[in-house]
Design a protein around this ligand. Structure first.
Ligand SMILES: Nc1ncnc2c1ncn2[C@@H]1O[C@H](COP(=O)(O)OP(=O)(O)OP(=O)(O)O)[C@@H](O)[C@H]1O
Ligand SMILES: [Mg+2]
Length: 381
């Protein structure tokens, strides 16, 4: 395929086809959940491959019997935004033409005044927003919509909601979450796939007993793609474009990026660009520097507001301290203040998703390339 020949590595967007590697187990698990109507919660750090995986499985199960509605909650700032996005997605998934859509709206949402706007192709490209009517039943009616449509048409609907943790930031979020769960769990023809990258918030919403979504469905973490699969993938992509990389250097790419999906592809891309025919050690070093250049603006943004104490804490992590932060040697070397201060630092950095507990009492930085950038360019070690 010409397109793949031009770009052997893809990053920053969801991947499909030849650029999608491995994930066999996760694909099977998600596919089974979709086919059997089991709710799923999927958590992973940013850019690990949630959207790619969910989209792939959706394309596998989509049929006349299973319709799929996609919502990206990223831009939703309030309950109203969410309800509009929800209604739009459900109606889109179940109607291919706008006449059909009008019909659905008339039958199922008769109490709303919809506002329709058309995109470039009026037949397939349209969006709706509902004239939000403050009557109490509005939200409930929209939430019940997929079940009603599914039942009436004799099919099932899977509602996929990306960046679901966004809901946690709404005003009166807990009340809203209670409402969602109350309605969703009674639905027989609709199942939900809720995923997000803010690990801290997602875990709170789904694993804390005092939250409405506690034990809502099959929760799993999207693991890293194995070293073996990545090495095979990288070598293959070089090969089909007439270049060669040794398995050893493909391993190096995996190690530097700690197998974070997007970074593996991005680093491989920079190395590929630099290489004429055979990848050398210095091409890989060059690639790493280009990767750091590319990420730098974002990393500056992510760290510029951190306090000196917070930076000191990251410094300790980057230097290989992962436990025992309150020992006096660590407190002194990294100027972390008191033990109580360390507890606070951990809490805020976890909430910012900069660090996370990866094993009992073992803290790590979430982003391996941010860690590398701090080490090489901020502390110049
Ligand atoms: N199965 C895969 N095979 C190869 N590369 C992958 C795979 N999944 C993800 N990637 C790489 O990771 C990048 C991000 O993928 P994707 O957008 O699916 O992740 P995400 O977890 O949804 O990210 P975000 O947190 O930004 O929503 C892709 O552009 C690609 O470079
Ligand atoms: Mg995504």
């Amino acid at each position: 395929m010409a397109k793949n020949f031009e770009t052997p590595f893809v990053f920053g967007v969801r991947v499909e086809g030849d650029n999608f590697t491995d994930r066999k187990e996760e694909t099977e698990r998600l596919k089974a959940n979709f086919n059997y109507g089991i709710n799923t919660i999927l958590i992973s750090p940013r850019r690990m491959g949630k959207t790619s995986l969910v989209d792939k499985v959706c394309s596998l199960v989509k049929s006349d019997d299973i319709k799929i509605a996609h919502i990206d909650a990223f831009g939703c700032r309030s309950e109203i935004d969410f309800i509009n996005a929800f209604a739009t997605a459900v109606v889109r998934a179940t109607s291919t033409k706008w006449e059909e859509w009008m019909e659905n709206t008339k039958v199922f949402l008769s109490r709303f005044v919809p506002k329709i706007s058309f995109g470039q192709d009026p037949l397939t490209d349209f969006s709706i927003s509902l004239q939000y009517n403050v009557s109490n039943s509005t939200t409930e009616d929209v939430l019940k919509l997929p079940e009603l449509i599914a039942q009436a048409n004799g099919y099932r609907i899977i509602v996929c909601i990306d960046e679901f943790q966004q809901i946690g930031d709404f005003n009166d979020s807990l009340i809203f979450q209670k409402k969602l769960r109350g309605i969703w769990q009674l639905q027989k023809h609709v199942s939900y796939c809720l995923y997000g990258s803010k690990k801290h918030m997602m875990e709170k919403m789904f694993q804390d007993q005092s939250y409405p979504f506690y034990r809502f469905g099959d929760l799993f973490y999207l693991n890293k793609i194995s070293e073996e699969d990545w090495v095979a993938y990288i070598c293959e992509r070089f090969k089909i474009t007439g270049k060669h990389i040794s398995e050893g250097l493909a391993h190096t790419i995996c190690t530097v990026t700690d197998r974070y999906s997007s970074y593996v592809q991005q680093l491989a891309w920079h190395v590929w660009l630099k290489t004429k025919t055979e990848v050398t050690e210095s091409d890989v070093q060059y690639g790493i520097n280009r990767l750091l250049d590319a990420c730098e603006p974002l990393f500056i943004q992510q760290t510029e507001d951190l306090s000196a104490y917070q930076m000191n804490f990251l410094h300790a992590l980057v230097n290989g301290v992962h436990t025992g932060f309150t020992q006096s040697a660590v407190l002194n070397t990294y100027r972390l203040g008191t033990a109580a201060n360390v507890t606070r630092l951990k809490k805020t950095l976890v909430e910012k998703d900069l660090i996370s507990l990866t094993a009992p009492k073992y803290m790590e930085m979430c982003d391996p390339i941010l860690a590398l950038w701090l080490k090489k360019r901020v502390w110049k070690e």
